[in-house]
Design a protein around this ligand. Structure first.
Ligand code: FDA
Length: 303
């Protein structure tokens, strides 16, 4: 299993394949998990999901940008999508990776870029979630978040359960809108739990803490039915209102379960990535769950 994971992680980092895929359009089943390559085709996906009773958080694909001009271009792309959404009657918010808008270039530059995004979002009455990346970027990202929170009320963050300090973080951000995840990057045992059992336990702990101790809206972002159903039993026991939290899943994954949760009256938010930079995202999803390869197989047998 580790070999397959490493193979797809390797493919996700291959520069030649990343560059080639940008000119190709969505291929190999990626169209099942990526909303579109541009604004217009992605807006159609948004409308479709809203019609199914789901809200959306969008992600302009592309990360770890090391060139200022490139970072500015991505910032402008995000603002363009915010404005396009604002012109339609859609329930959509933004997710932003700080490494896409300059975190690895210069923190002040990144701070100015995210402020511009937040200003545009505020005008559109939109919330912006800062995605969390690897441990190296966690400290600088939270420093930027803390500064933004002095000025903005439309920004939130992500807490990754695999870190030993997740519980401390969840208490610090208990009063803001927060997405809780297990954590997607490879991190060493000095800072992060390694086994699924430990990560799952930490994950359920931070879900309970954020739901009970704070006033912040809780986004529980997982495809794990065991955690979701355990959380539902917990909120029922505690009498927590359905307005205080939502479930989030990635676009294209467990669609039946997403619809089932909506039918049961839960808020369901779908994370929709879009853009020409789809290849690395797609390979990482295959690394995470090799069963997702059935998307690739199906892409060759259907339209
Ligand atoms: P996990 O992969 O542990 O699976 C648990 C079980 O659920 C599986 O054994 C299987 O039974 C079932 N299952 C999972 N996927 C399935 C599928 N497709 N079909 C059927 N059954 C399935 N990470 C991060 O570090 N920073 C971030 O900002 C974000 N943001 C983010 C947003 C959203 C909306 C989501 C859903 C996830 C993230 N993540 C993230 C990724 C997250 O940290 C994690 O890596 C993945 O969600 C995978 O873990 P799961 O919790 O989904 O379950």
């Amino acid at each position: 299993m580790g070999v397959v994971r490493d193979l797809f992680i390797g493919l996700s980092e291959n520069e030649i394949l990343n560059d080639a895929s940008k000119k190709m359009g969505l291929r190999f089943g990626a169209q099942k998990v990526v909303g579109g390559t541009g604004v217009d085709d992605t807006l159609v996906r948004f409308a479709d999901l809203n019609n199914q009773g789901m809200s959306i958080t969008f992600d302009n694909l592309g990360e770890f940008i090391s060139d200022r001009k490139e970072a500015e271009k991505e910032k402008n792309n995000i603002i363009k999508m915010i404005k396009a959404v604002n012109e339609k009657d859609l329930t959509v918010h933004a997710s932003v990776k700080l490494s896409q808008i300059g975190l690895n270039i210069d923190e002040t530059f990144c701070y100015e870029n995210i402020k511009e995004i937040l200003d545009a979002a505020k005008e559109a009455n939109m919330f912006v979630n800062l995605d969390m990346e690897n441990y190296l970027s966690k400290g600088p990202s939270l420093t930027i978040l803390d500064k933004l929170l002095e000025e903005y009320d439309n920004v939130g963050t992500v807490i990754q359960a695999y870190f030993y300090d997740a519980k401390k973080d969840v208490r610090k951000y208990k009063d803001i809108r927060t997405r809780l995840v297990k954590g997607a990057y490879k991190e060493p045992a000095t800072i992060a739990y390694q086994s699924k059992a430990d990560i799952d336990q930490s994950y359920f702990e931070i879900i309970k803490t954020h739901l009970v101790e704070g006033n912040g809206f809780t986004s529980i972002a997982t495809h794990d039915h065991n955690i979701i159903e355990k959380t539902i039993r917990f909120i029922e026991t505690m009498g927590i209102s359905k307005d205080e939290f939502e479930f989030q899943m990635l676009y294209g994954f467990r669609k039946d379960y997403q619809q089932d949760l909506v039918a049961r009256g839960y808020n369901m938010c779908v994370y929709v990535p879009y853009g020409t930079d789809w290849y690395a995202y797609f390979m990482r999803r295959l690394a995470e769950r090799p069963q997702n390869l059935n998307l690739v197989v199906k892409s060759f047998t259907s339209n």
